[in-house]
Design a protein around this ligand. Structure first.
Ligand code: GCU
Length: 464
């Protein structure tokens, strides 16, 4: 056989084998996911879940994108009314009573509780190297957060984190941490009803990357790998940090899903920053896009050490109001492709007789529990492929969270009128901008960075 043919075979055969392996892996993930989903439905005594609308605009059951049919949310809960019906009029009552009430409802009904016995994490610095990012000299640290698995050694969890600090930084600098779109092989499950535009890895516009922009502000950036904490599918619920705590068993209906697990991982990364003298741990921002936009707002809501959030196209299950009939719906989130993001209990709202109107909280209250810390809500345009996330539904969550910011002496959005595309609403501590692009945060990075400078400051870097 000719050498060139041999060479071709030696390339092709491993490719075919690995494609086959990936397919088998996907099949087994699908099967295990279905088993886990069924187990949760049985625990909840649910026999059928309503199907969600399709993200494909031409499908007969396409999700609504007509604004005139969207606003059926007359029962929106008021973040400033206590469970006993009394109005909250002071910051004291907010912190003592209402804030814990809302947290409890999100814990039990939406994102699930983090168990009390989650084991500790020991951070190891794997390497420290000098590097450049877009010509900016940086110190690059590769880190691994080893979770203590002595109670159940067959499940290992090592949190993968990278930290890049400007090499010429004077003193400790703020950090913007991203939930990275980095997927270990075979770990990404594609939800069935997902629109094409959302399937692609978010692409920013031409120009400096977000990492370069962050470094140019004099800050550090960090990338956390969500899949190293918890897999992005139902099959993975018996491994990762959730499976480790449950010793390989299944979840109870009020236990945490992947979003809280990812947020827990972000908090452990912040624990590490508290020990690293190169960074200012009181100025750590969290950013994520799409499902990781959901993870970013959950991180902000549950850990008040995070100073600021950049929440990109988070959509349903993030900062979009559940009660708006536009784009993705609770039924999509509660299906077997996405239920693992939430507590099992959340599935109840997609099973008769309950609907999204029965969820005791809505997304504006998730923003409200971040107050008084700044949150920047970002969206793409519905006419350019980002209708699924319902940009207006995310704007309204910020607008309806505003009274809580105001009660705490901060500024809300200042309006409940949806701003035109590309207009930055950065008047208050809850900010919003819909850019004219698609399912990406790219075009909003420069605007977020200007907004964040108000809180994090611009840090000087010595030019080398
Ligand atoms: C799907 C899903 C969304 C999610 C998105 C993503 O479109 O329905 O809820 O945000 O995937 O993370 O890419």
């Amino acid at each position: 056989m000719k050498r060139s043919v041999l060479l071709l075979y030696s390339i092709l055969i491993p490719c075919v084998i690995s494609a086959q392996f990936a397919r088998q892996n996907q099949d087994s993930i699908r099967k295990l996911t279905q088993q886990d989903y069924k187990n949760m439905l049985d625990q909840l005594k649910i026999t059928s879940v309503r199907p969600g609308p399709s993200g494909t605009p031409t499908a007969p059951n396409a999700a609504n994108t007509d604004e005139s049919k969207a606003t059926q949310y007359t029962s929106l809960p008021d973040p400033l009314i206590l469970n006993n019906g009394k109005r909250v009029t002071s910051a004291r009552v907010w912190w003592k009573k209402r804030h814990p009430e809302i947290v409890e409802l999100f814990d039990r009904e939406v994102y699930g509780r983090v168990p009390a016995n989650v084991p500790g994490v020991t951070w190891e610095v794997l390497s420290v190297t000098s590097d450049t990012v877009g010509k900016i000299p940086v110190i690059m640290k590769k880190l691994s957060g080893h979770v203590d698995n002595s109670a159940y050694p067959s499940i290992k969890v090592n949190i993968d984190l990278t930290l890049a600090t400007p090499a010429g930084a004077i003193g400790p600098v703020p950090v913007i941490m991203e939930f990275g779109f980095v997927f270990p092989a075979g770990m990404r499950a594609m939800p069935a009803n997902r629109p094409q535009t959302a399937n692609t890895r978010p692409q920013g516009p031409a120009g400096p990357t977000w990492q370069q922009q962050v470094l140019e502000a004099g800050w550090a950036y960090a990338i956390l790998v969500p899949g190293s904490i918890q897999a992005d599918n139902g099959a993975g619920l018996r491994s990762g940090i959730i499976g480790l705590v449950n010793k390989g068993g299944s979840r109870m209906p009020d236990e945490w899903g992947s979003l809280r697990a990812w947020a827990w991982g972000a908090s452990r990364a912040l624990d590490y920053f508290e020990t690293d003298k190169a960074v200012d741990a009181s100025k750590v921002g969290i950013e994520g896009m799409s499902r990781y936009g959901k993870a970013a707002i959950v991180t902000m809501a549950y850990d008040d050490r995070f100073a600021i959030g950049f929440i990109g196209s988070s959509g349903a299950g993030g900062v979009k109001l559940y009660r708006r009939i536009f784009g993705e719906q609770v039924e999509n989130l509660a299906g077997s492709g996405e239920y693992h993001w939430f507590a099992g209990n959340f599935i109840k709202y997609a099973a008769d007789p309950r609907t999204q109107k029965d969820i005791p909280v809505d997304a504006h209250e998730l923003v409200a529990i971040c107050a008084p810390r700044p949150v920047f809500i970002s969206s793409g345009s519905p006419t350019n492929g980002d209708a699924w996330v319902d940009g207006k539904g995310m704007f309204l969550a910020g607008a309806y969270a505003s009274p809580v910011y105001e009660l705490l002496g901060k500024k809300g959005m200042g309006t409940t009128e949806m701003p035109p595309v590309e207009k930055a609403l950065v008047y208050g501590d809850v900010a919003y901008r819909m850019h004219s692009g698609g399912h990406t945060s790219g075009p909003n990075w420069p605007i977020f960075i200007e907004f964040a400078k108000r809180y994090l400051g611009k840090h000087d870097v010595v030019k080398k």
